[in-house]
Design a protein around this ligand. Structure first.
Ligand SMILES: [Zn+2]
Length: 381
């Protein structure tokens, strides 16, 4: 077994990184790993960390490999942003950690999973650390694309690009690693358009599958203006439902832990002022996280919808291309029959515009309403 097994469909990247881990001459102090969401950037970064720390350059089995992969290794720092951005104080702290020699391993490794979320000032603070390399410290920065990272950081790191992995490679990973049934794995990998994390969720969580199906079904029901408003509201509430389902438990556990750390009684009805202020700081952070997560969920629904109209276009043209939504033949037939090719393309543009608007902080419901109006089925307008 090797630590690279879970980095699926990325032969080139694996070749570059594993060669660097084995040969000091090919090593450099800062790497920038880019790739589309779900392509496995952070998995690749963690595998690289393991390969650097493992005596066998990434056997996948030893203590070093296992702890580097799960982020618990003493010399590995993983920054996974929960908020909307990485602040300057966090960047300064990382720059400080980077100065330290590794405590047990050969390298000190700092992984920033969302280097695209560095604020300008945070990036400046990191830049100093990148400009003055510390002999045994390695930075692994991950981002969707080169354009997402400020140019000064880009120019000081070596770039490695991940691709969208083939759906069958993702399905195979789900079967092997997560013990998913092969037919389910194939469905999930295709429906998630090879987004590894999303495919895993679809395969394992029936609620997620139902929400996805409900989202797609909306497309076939938008006739009148009223339908459009209703569909937008439904989309927004599906997203809220999903983000609430996944954050409520964690938020409560975090609050409980904070109160315990502060030596407060979690059951008390009122807390002293110094504790109240810390609790409200935590709640503010949780709210920011929920906002970001809610937006991500809406965006995923829109990616699902986009795949539906793309499939309808394929069905209409009779092109021998594999469909993303093979399980939606009836709905695809309806869309292909109701819309002209031009109209289907206009639907796809409307979805793209909604994604851009939401990314630019337009309230999601507003952006969704504008979009669903453009998705009305022609003969029923
Ligand atoms: Zn190992």
């Amino acid at each position: 077994m090797t630590v690279w097994r879970d980095v699926v469909g990325q032969d080139e990247t694996v070749a570059t990184l594993s060669a660097a881990a084995a040969d000091p001459a090919q090593m450099t102090h800062a790497w920038l790993l880019t790739g589309p969401p779900g392509s496995g950037r952070s998995t690749a970064a963690r595998a690289f960390a393991a390969a650097l720390l493992c005596p066998d350059h990434g056997c996948g089995d030893c203590h070093e490999c296992r702890t580097a992969k799960d982020g618990s290794h003493a010399d590995v720092t993983v920054v996974a942003t929960e908020g909307l951005s990485i602040q300057v104080k966090d960047a300064r702290e990382l720059a400080r950690v980077a100065q330290h020699r590794p405590s047990v391993g050969a390298w000190r490794i700092i992984i920033i999973e969302d280097a695209d979320r560095l604020t300008e000032r945070a990036a400046d603070a990191l830049l100093k650390a990148l400009e003055e390399p510390v002999p045994r410290t390695v930075w692994l920065l991950c981002a969707p694309s080169l354009e997402d990272v400020i140019v000064t950081i880009r120019s000081r790191s070596r770039h490695v690009r991940l691709r969208t992995p083939p759906a069958d490679a993702v399905a195979e990973l789900l079967v092997r690693r997560d013990d998913v049934d092969p037919a389910m794995a194939a469905y999930a990998a295709r429906a998630a358009q090879s987004h590894v994390g999303l495919a895993r969720r679809l395969a394992r969580d029936e609620g997620a599958r139902i929400r996805r199906r409900d989202t797609l079904q909306l497309a076939g029901r938008i006739g009148s203006l009223g339908d459009a408003m209703e569909a937008a509201a439904d989309l927004a509430s599906i997203a809220t439902e999903e983000s609430t389902a996944s954050s409520a438990e964690r938020d409560a556990a975090e609050k409980q832990r904070l109160l315990e750390q502060l030596g407060a009684d979690p059951a008390a009805r009122t807390q002293p002022p110094h504790i109240r202020s810390q609790v409200s700081a935590l709640e503010k952070e949780q709210k920011t996280r929920a906002t970001r997560f809610g937006r991500d969920v809406v965006d995923r629904s829109l990616v699902d919808l986009l795949s539906l109209y793309r499939d309808a276009l394929v069905v209409q043209a009779g092109t021998p291309v594999e469909l993303v939504n093979v399980d939606q033949t009836e709905l695809l037939a309806t869309l292909a029959r109701s819309f002209s090719a031009e109209q289907l393309l206009a639907c796809m543009t409307a979805i793209g515009t909604a994604r851009e608007r939401i990314e630019a902080n337009v309230p999601p419901l507003l952006a969704l309403e504008a979009m669903t109006i453009s998705l009305r089925l022609p003969q029923r307008r």
